[in-house]
Write a protein that binds this ligand. Structure first.
Ligand SMILES: C[S@@+](CC[C@H](N)C(=O)[O-])C[C@H]1O[C@@H](n2cnc3c(N)ncnc32)[C@H](O)[C@@H]1O
Length: 229
């Protein structure tokens, strides 16, 4: 087993253990619903920090890729985005985001869809802000997902990261902005190589370190912009 895969498996086990039996949590001063198999935003400070760091376009359109429980999507709607799309490859996450949108009275502004990256979206859909808190650990190309939560931690062959960098720019408005939350368990060199191939550059916007029992992880928000690095 590669080191990455071992780290990913350990991380998945940690998430499963921490979330076991939890159906409600508090974050950003609000109460949220959590469904089984969905990334719980209390596993790390990532969701909370990214949700607060993003420059939500007031009156604009937000796409949250890999929405999990839908915290960032709902928070964006509460902060003034008028058209929010929340997508996830895991059906339970889509259901979870929908429930949290209803819970916070923004179901009229938040659409939740099951999708592998951009596949379920109309090719003509454009957003003012696109964001993904990614599953940063690269799994081998022959990895087979057996549990929903593995999608929160492991990306097989960085397929989803490649698709995100290739396709997200096509879904931006003329002034639209693209972001990724990418933690230090991920392979930044590999992400940068993909960005180079797509003619894109990563600019660190903000970061925070968090101490886990076994290591310190840096949670970093990057803006992805056109141009060579
Ligand atoms: C680290 S979790 C973040 C969840 C949520 N955004 C949050 O911050 O609490 C990554 C999310 O991306 C989703 N995901 C992974 N691969 C995906 C893909 N190819 N298409 C859509 N969603 C994906 C996972 O299911 C998971 O919900």
């Amino acid at each position: 087993m590669t080191n990455n895969l071992r780290t990913g498996r350990e991380e998945t086990e940690r998430l499963l253990g921490e979330a076991s039996g939890t159906t409600e949590f508090e974050l950003l001063g609000l109460e949220w619903t959590l469904l089984p198999g969905v990334f719980a935003p209390f596993h790390s400070p990532s969701t909370s920090h990214y949700s607060q760091w993003l420059p939500y376009p007031a009156g604009g359109a937000l796409l949250e890729m890999g929405c999990g429980a839908g915290v960032t999507a709902v928070y964006g709607a509460l902060r003034g985005c008028t058209a929010v799309t929340a997508v996830d490859i895991v059906p339970a996450a889509v259901d979870n985001a929908r429930r949290n949108a209803e819970r916070h009275g923004v179901a009229d502004r938040v659409r939740a869809l099951e999708s592998d990256m951009f596949r379920a979206l109309d090719p003509g859909e454009r957003y003012d802000l696109v964001f993904w808190n990614s599953n940063a650990i690269e799994a081998p190309a022959d990895f087979v997902y057996t549990q929903d939560l593995e999608h929160s931690v492991l990306d097989r062959g960085y397929e989803s990261h490649r698709a995100y960098l290739r396709e997200a720019p096509r879904h931006l408005t003329d002034t639209g902005r693209l972001f990724i939350g990418f933690n230090s368990r991920g392979d930044l060199d590999h992400l940068q190589r993909i960005a180079d191939e797509e003619g894109l550059r990563l600019q660190k916007i903000n970061s925070t370190n968090h101490e886990f029992p076994d290591r310190v992880v840096e949670f970093r928000l990057f803006e992805i912009v056109r141009g060579a690095s």
